[in-house]
Design a protein around this ligand. Structure first.
Ligand code: NAD
Ligand code: UD1
Length: 344
């Protein structure tokens, strides 16, 4: 349901943003990207064009530079909604450089909201995270599960961003906001043209697994096998990035069709499936036929034991559901890793 509405995608050349641009273009939306390319490159816009046959407009600009962003928005006119992905996301780095994270992630959002008021961009979809739940007392997690102070400054920027949005939409009820709480996004585009590009040694499990399979890392360290879970390793809800991207289109459709029930809504985006680290390792081997070397290692500080989503609110209200199997998702991650490493 689209009719060429114009969508401003901040952070649109990043991992989740680029997949979302593809889905938006394929659904008939017009896409304008603002990205400072701090964690992506301009070539991604060409790849989006290669997949969709439509090239998004890309502005290289920093969301913390309010004047420059204001000029771009003023020149574009008639933006129906923004989707705000632009943020720093490395948990460990945020512990070492908290101000860098608060400054980038919060100022970007505040600027965007302020400019939305100024230029009448009535709708916003925001990238939040299940990190706002910490270790929940009961599982699966619904949107009513209490939000706690996240372990890391990065996670805290998500909690504070949601609070900023809550206050903003209480004050401006003709504006609408949707926060999407992602569980663990993984995988890559089936074309092999888009995927995750971590810089340096990956902190997240799937890029570490694919780099180990590619021979860049010696072995996977499984952080903790003494958790209170069936196989002792941590449990997460791994969601395919294309499924996740489609949820953004569903959120935009909801806004376009005036279906929101409150000025500010929050949705969990997961599969509802709790998968252990060991199941990921085994699942990857089965999906790809590649053997992985792994060892058990001590727990990683800050890790929650288990978390997975109840996504029925998104299913009922957004008419969206994660569809891809874990097997095809892991295979897509491997396909992407092989492409970027030139492995046959
Ligand atoms: P990413 O780093 O691949 O994409 C973010 C993009 O934003 C990058 O292209 C980067 O260059 C850009 N950017 C950063 N700061 C900017 C600024 N000040 N101005 C303009 N552009 C800026 O990250 P991602 O994995 O695609 O994540 C997208 C969003 O989803 C982020 O807000 C992230 O916090 C959130 N999120 C990600 C995950 C995950 O596991 N990937 C999980 C939960 C939430
Ligand atoms: C991490 C972030 C979280 C963020 C999410 C986005 C931390 C503490 N949390 O979540 O804030 O929202 O990414 O996807 O970084 N693991 C290993 N070996 C590895 C890497 C990971 O065993 O080399 C395990 C971890 O202990 C965890 C699971 O794999 O149990 C997933 O880890 P990861 O991919 O880093 O994601 P999260 O920690 O869930």
């Amino acid at each position: 349901m689209s009719q060429q509405k114009k969508i401003l995608v901040t952070g649109g050349t990043g991992y989740i943003g680029s997949h979302t641009c593809v889905e938006l273009l394929q659904a008939g939306y017009e896409v304008i990207i603002i990205d400072n390319l701090s964690n992506s490159d301009a070539g991604i816009a060409d790849r989006i064009a290669e997949i969709t046959g439509k090239k998004p407009i890309l502005y290289k600009a920093d969301m913390t530079d309010k004047q420059e962003i204001g000029e771009i928005i003023a020149s574009e006119k008639n933006i129906f909604s923004s989707i705000h992905f632009a943020a720093y996301k490395a948990v460990g780095e945020s512990v070492e450089k908290p101000l860098m994270y608060y400054a980038n992630n919060l100022n970007s959002l505040i600027n965007l909201l302020d400019l939305s008021l100024e230029y009448g961009i009535k709708n916003l979809v925001f990238s939040s995270s299940c990190t706002v739940y910490g270790q929940p007392e009961s599982l699966p997690v619904t949107e009513q599960t209490p939000v706690v102070r996240p372990e890391s400054p990065y996670g805290n920027t998500k909690r504070i961003s949601e609070e900023i949005m809550e206050d903003f939409y209480a004050a401006h009820e003709d504006f609408k906001g949707i926060a999407l709480r992602y569980f663990n996004p993984i995988g890559a585009h089936p074309s092999g043209l888009l995927g995750e590009l971590p810089s340096g040694v990956p902190n997240n499990l799937i890029p570490f697994v694919t780099q180990t399979a590619a021979g860049l890392r010696d072995e996977i360290k499984i952080f903790g096998n003494d958790y209170n879970t069936p196989d002792g390793t941590c449990i997460r809800d791994y969601i395919n990035v294309v499924d996740l991207a489609k949820a953004h289109v569903a959120a935009i459709d909801r806004l376009a069709q005036n279906k929101t029930k409150k000025a500010f809504e929050v949705f969990n985006l997961g599969t509802g499936r709790g998968i252990s680290v060991l199941e990921i390792v085994k699942g990857f081997e089965e999906a790809t036929g590649v053997k992985l070397k792994y060892t058990m290692a001590p727990r990683r500080a800050g890790d929650v034991e288990q978390i997975y989503a109840n996504s029925s609110f998104a299913e009922n209200e957004l008419n969206w559901k994660a569809e891809k199997t874990l097997k095809e998702t892991l295979a897509s991650a491997w396909n992407w890793e092989k492409k970027i490493r030139d492995i046959q």
